[in-house]
Ligand binder design. Sequence first.
Ligand code: NBP
Length: 488
Amino acid sequence: MTDLCDIGVIGLAVMGANLARNAAHKGFGVALYNRTGSRTDAVMAEHGSEGRFVPSHGLEDFVASLAKPRAIVIMVKAGKPVDAVIEELLPLLDGGDIVIDGGNSLFSDSNRREAALKQKGLRFVGMGVSGGEEGALLGPSMMPGGERDAYERIAPMVTRMAAQVDGEPCATYIGPAGAGHYVKMVHNGIEYADMQLITEAYDLFKTVYGMDAPLIATIFEGWKTSPLDSYLIDITTEVLKKTDAKTGKPLVDVIVDEAEQKGTGRWTAANALDLGVPLTGITEAVFARALSGRRALRGEAEKLLPFEAPAGRTASQADIDAVRDALYASKIVAYAQGFEQMTAASKDYGWGLKLGEVATIWRGGCIIRAAFLNRIRDAYAAKQEIPNLVLEDYFRDAVLKAEPAWRKVVGLAVEHGVAIPAFSSSLSYYDGLRRARGPANLLQGLRDFFGAHTYRRLDEEGHFHTRWSQDGAEQRTDRPSEGGTPRS
Ligand code: NBP
């Protein structure tokens, strides 16, 4: 039959509907299904003429409208709804059919789903999709993981639907099982850090220099020609420029200062703790959102611990450039940490991630798309494994150049009581990273004192314990330090 569809989409909210339209615009026949049929009808009423759609109000009809082996994209709310849809689909599918979860699923759920479907002779692709509503429609960045042959089957569709940069699609096979959703999770974590850094730069301009939103917008606009050039800088300019129709004030000034989160940043930070990767930038960004959410408490606290906004200093061009440079250096640290986390995950989970390809497919379509990603791609083109991006030539030169400004800006914020957790933690991470000998020797001494956890010596191999509270003598012990050695 010629009229069977190439791809099916289940879940026609913002992302599903736009991804389905994207597929149709590229010439693919698209089967449509949504639990609540009125949503399917609405998509058909508004967009039915944009391509070849076959809507169904029942899953059986939906499955029957697809060419075999079937490729079915699930775009429903992450978590239990994905399992519910898979449960319903199972009896209707045939061996070799491919179930693609395009939502923001937790990577460990994708590991589980892939294994469960494999047992039933079905193939699973856990595919991170980034770009929001517009990306889904015009070309997102797509991060598919699962069995390679399942990806190969859908690759012609996925690569055509993805954003294209310099003739290359922003989609590539990421790795086995949950690797695709993992990389999407870290992408979102980096997005958290990037947005937090931008927010801190805004607060410095607003609170220390007393600038209004339209003026700050012009500064961000100017950064388009700097290495910070990115989608997030572009939309920061747009948001800061917008005037509220009701009050005539900048819209940003009437928006409640309470950030919401759906969980991917938190997952990234929690996984970094599991892997023992120092992911300070992203984690501080998650905590900053949590603190923003305690609005009533902050209101009470300001009464008891008064905050006095500094009398607006005048910002010189050098002051503005210093904030830009501090933002850039902190951003480099946040990305370096995210890439270090993916390196660690790739080893621990045996995924063989190709991080140069990850940087390549993040250059377009996704929320963190930025000129800067070309530099990361270049670094991985020259070297397969990179312990830390900060140490690579381009980034090392950039942070060294930015360092004086970075310190000045962090110092200024501290002096004036402006919270800059991502700027300052990135600088502290940088300072910790470049010390061949840090202060953890004392920590080990303390641990050995109260818990006999042992320590190693600089001048001798082996593990040692001092009988601190007894005769003070040191003894060699075969027992390795409890808690294992830190990740090197
Ligand atoms: P939502 O995350 O808001 O989910 C709504 C969809 O899930 C509707 O189609 C709804 O059907 C369906 N659904 C639910 Br809820 N429970 C269901 C169940 N038990 N069985 C079947 N269907 C169920 O949609 P979205 O914002 O389009 O996002 C879809 C996925 O893409 C999510 O995982 C999201 O995190 C991810 N994502 C979103 C964005 C974005 O910018 N929004 C970006 C990137 C990724 P109904 O109509 O019958 O209620």
